[in-house]
Design a protein around this ligand. Sequence first.
Ligand SMILES: [Zn+2]
Length: 270
Amino acid sequence: MNAETTGRAHRVLEAARRLLDDCAIERAPVDLVRLARHVGIGRIRELDIRLDGQLLERGDGDYEVILSRNASHTRRRFTLAHEIGHILVAAHEDGSMSCGDGPTEELCNRVAAELLMPGRFVHAAITADMDVSGFRRLATQFQCSLEATGWRVLNLGQITGALLVWRQQDDGSLELTAAPRTFGFGLPFDPGHVLEGDLPFVRQLAQRSDGPLAYTHPASGKAYRGDYVRLNKVLLMFLKTDGAAVPGRRRRAAAAPGQRELFRSGEAGE
Ligand SMILES: [Zn+2]
């Protein structure tokens, strides 16, 4: 089931957009505390808890949110926005505040994305040459994680591209842990695909924390370009078709069709 198409998701996401309007949110980063107060969250505390967060009902439409003080700033913001989502969901249903059912959790995550990165702000901030560096800029502006920012931008459908999340294994290999959602073309690997650590490409990625990439589909000969950033063990990669070349960057010749090499890293100093 696609939550986007259900009336429930539509109503709750509409309520999230109304909440932004009611609180006169006009710029990023969104003042989440103001939103929280508006929906009845009278108290927000940061404590040592095992969960990311907890929503407590204190009666009479008065709520308390407890956030893990061990979570990152962006994680705490996401969690608070998610808990606001639960209140909006409850307001459109029978008022019960159940946590844990899959579709509700997913919907609350969508509400969190809407509140943290309001569509109209993000649309205004997206440029045609969006890449990982652009996602980073937005992540800072909206105080969201880089990955959440990337998904949000792609889910809005304004640009076409693939955000690939790789996790570096102990042996240096890279495992694809998340597949692109918005993507105008096919990649030859699925989640779980492993790039061996001894590939020249993977070794190059290990030497630099970020940089440009070029990729040619071995079968179709289609060329893609993009860039990547490595954050500890996670490598975020953004690819788009070569047809939508990134302005201000030199274009490189595409690798020959059928070429074994999957990726080439960009030239040094670019
Ligand atoms: Zn939840």
